[in-house]
Write a protein that binds this ligand. Sequence first.
Ligand SMILES: *[C@@H]1O[C@H](CO)[C@@H](O)[C@H](O)[C@H]1NC(C)=O
Ligand SMILES: *[C@@H]1O[C@H](CO)[C@@H](O)[C@H](O)[C@H]1NC(C)=O
Ligand SMILES: *[C@@H]1O[C@H](CO)[C@@H](O)[C@H](O)[C@H]1NC(C)=O
Ligand SMILES: *[C@@H]1O[C@H](CO)[C@@H](O)[C@H](O)[C@H]1NC(C)=O
Length: 145
Amino acid sequence: MYKFLCLFALVALPIVWIQADCNVCQSNGASCINQTAYNLCFGGSEPNTNQTFICTDGLVCTDQPVICFQRSENPASCGDTDSCGQCAPNYTFACTSLNTFAFCFGALTPTNVTGSCPDGFFCDGSTQEICVTKTTDDSIICHKN
Ligand SMILES: *[C@@H]1O[C@H](CO)[C@@H](O)[C@H](O)[C@H]1NC(C)=O
Ligand SMILES: *[C@@H]1O[C@H](CO)[C@@H](O)[C@H](O)[C@H]1NC(C)=O
Ligand SMILES: *[C@@H]1O[C@H](CO)[C@@H](O)[C@H](O)[C@H]1NC(C)=O
Ligand SMILES: *[C@@H]1O[C@H](CO)[C@@H](O)[C@H](O)[C@H]1NC(C)=O
């Protein structure tokens, strides 16, 4: 049983590790500028800003090995903070960072009753589950650490 759990943890960790910073070199050698554009690090710790690459349509910049990945599978590494602290659409809760949330209890602004997602989950304002492991096309994610 323990053996199985360890194996599971080893396999699951790299998949669920999500970064939420712009302009940092990630493990995949790319540094996301915003949701869809990135620079390369060429093995260094600083992004080379002389060349900018743009993900093709429908893909976002992620920390996955392929860099640009389907938004419906993985949140972008950085970019959109507009939805942070927004109680809409259902005024139940708002995401306050990638993995924290605050309840709204019907109000327009979040209350100080807050919580955080379990390891490997992130907050998605578009779902009643609050914390999820996979994004959808409708995901409302707060790109803040
Ligand atoms: C992301 O940055 C690129 C390069 O600076 C820019 O061309 C693009 O419009 C930006 N995209 C968004 C969604 O801000
Ligand atoms: C970026 O381009 C400038 C001008 O071509 C060059 O001087 C500089 O060394 C380049 N920087 C990097 C990190 O490649
Ligand atoms: C939340 O705010 C209320 C009113 O401002 C205060 O009485 C309460 O102690 C706060 N609760 C926490 C957990 O900070
Ligand atoms: C919002 O409410 C509608 C209708 O009650 C429901 O279908 C939907 O899942 C809710 N969305 C969230 C984010 O809770």
